[in-house]
Design a protein around this ligand. Structure first.
Ligand code: EPZ
Length: 418
């Protein structure tokens, strides 16, 4: 297994581009199951999770292929309708094949995803939504067995805002008979990107990006082409990488409004920014204040940037309170940051961070989940001495060549095999 060696104390300066959004590419690649033929995508990031999605699509009878900067998915006439545990266990987002298979073929057998480090992450709302559209759902031997002669449009209210649940229902409703209204739907930009691709395939959708999405079912969808949106979580991570080292970094090929909750929070802490059309520049800052933060669904502060923000607060001037409202156990990075000398008191869903500039010292630490691993690399950039981050396969799930991007900005980061 690879490790990341980070030598702290080097200021990051310069310009870096984000890759395509993992959390938009995953649902969009599963949406291809709704239409036979060849779909062509640009700006798909080269990540482990994309490889896992390709593996699952191939196990369902599709053909996937990188063709220079294009990623092609060929969907066959009668794919297999079973998503096996050995693939689903590697990536929870595999559950997103349920809606498309059910809508297109009237049947799907998908392994339950199982929990993960940041929480139990149930799929009850996905299944309740499919039942509302007329599907019969059974849970047997760890599999979701779903059947529906023809899904029927309905109104479904999500009792909890769920990104994956909204995506699964949005895809299923496209081929249902009649109109579907999704209420308390997630408003994340990745939902909008998925809806835009479904519309390019011929779906009739309105309200995407708001909490009420309306879908008029159609008879058939057709393969199309699409460019995946920029990854807002990577963009935010790179902004914090520049900021935490006191450097001036421009992150481009991104959508500034997608990370407005982060830039505004950092402005409260004393950072200065230049906001461009498709870029954000954070300016040099030798000291910043501690500012409380609470994670919430979009457009408020994203849970996927909580760990990275905590690293920034660990070396701020003062005490901040960080509240995680989306997942019940997303503080796995706290113990590891404390190994670097951070002064943090974790409680249930709340962490008190007593920040002090220059207080982090390099040490061996262990990544526990995707965003926690990013947080440890960021802390390593500013810790004195060497930080060794192990289990960085977590990082490779969601960041394309992060060490290359950081090194190009002046970081001393290298990957070593254990
Ligand atoms: C998506 O996960 C993202 N993953 C996550 O990013 C992100 O943290 C999360 O949305 C929240 O923004 C992808 O898009 C592939 P949810 P998802 O359903 O869809 C509860 C990363 O780092 N819930 O919005 O699984 C759930 O337990 C990953 O890239 C139910 O109770 O998240 C959680 O507490 C991590 N029942 C809350 O809703 C359900 O049926 C939000 O989860 C579904 C969800």
């Amino acid at each position: 297994m690879d490790r990341m060696v980070v030598v702290g104390g080097h200021q990051l300066n310069g310009t870096v581009s984000t890759s395509g959004a993992k959390n938009a590419a995953l649902p969009i690649l599963f949406a291809t199951l709704l239409a036979e033929g060849e779909h062509v995508f640009k700006n798909v990031p080269r990540l482990k999770d994309i490889d896992s999605t390709a593996e699952l699509l191939e196990s369902l009878g599709c053909k996937t292929q990188w063709d220079s900067d294009y990623f092609r998915v060929k969907v066959g006439k009668a794919p297999s309708l079973e998503a096996h545990y050995d693939i689903v266990r590697k990536m929870r987002a595999s559950i997103l094949c349920l809606g498309p298979l059910l809508a297109k073929y009237g049947e799907a057998v998908v392994s339950m995803p199982g929990g993960c480090a940041i929480g139990t992450r149930p799929i009850d709302l996905h299944l309740d939504g499919m039942r509302a559209l007329g599907a019969e759902i059974e849970l047997q031997e760890g599999y979701v067995k779903a059947k529906a002669k023809k899904l029927k449009g309905a109104t479904f209210v999500f009792e909890t805002t769920t990104v994956g649940g909204t995506e699964n229902l949005l895809m299923a409703a496209c081929l249902a008979e009649g109109t579907t209204i999704l209420e308390n739907a997630a408003k994340e930009p990745e939902i909008v990107d998925l809806a835009n691709y479904l519309i390019a395939m011929g779906a009739k959708i309105s309200g995407h990006g708001t909490s009420v999405i309306r879908i008029e079912g159609v008879e058939r969808l057709f393969p199309s082409e699409y460019k995946i949106m920029p990854d807002r979580i990577e963009a935010g991570t790179l902004v914090i990488a520049g900021a935490i080292t006191g450097g001036e970094v421009t992150v481009n090929q991104m959508v500034p409004e997608h990370i407005e909750s982060l830039t505004h929070k950092m402005m409260d802490a004393g950072f200065k920014f230049q906001i461009g059309k498709d870029s954000v520049t954070v300016f040099k800052n030798q000291g910043w204040k501690a500012v409380d933060m609470t994670t919430n669904p979009y457009p408020l502060f994203p849970t996927d940037l909580q760990a990275q923000y905590m690293a920034l607060m660990a070396v701020s001037q003062g005490t901040s309170v960080i509240t995680e409202t989306v997942f019940e156990n997303r503080f796995m990075h706290v113990q590891e940051l404390m190994r670097l000398g951070a002064d943090i008191t974790p409680k249930t869903r709340v962490a008190v961070v007593r920040g002090r500039p220059g207080m982090l010292k390099g040490a061996p630490v262990m990544a526990t989940d995707l965003r926690a691993s990013a947080s440890l690399v960021l802390a390593g950039l500013v810790a004195s001495g060497e930080t060794l981050v192990s289990r960085i396969y977590h990082l490779d799930r969601g960041y394309e060549k992060l060490e290359n991007k950081l090194s190009a900005l002046g970081a001393h980061v290298r990957r070593v095999s254990e």
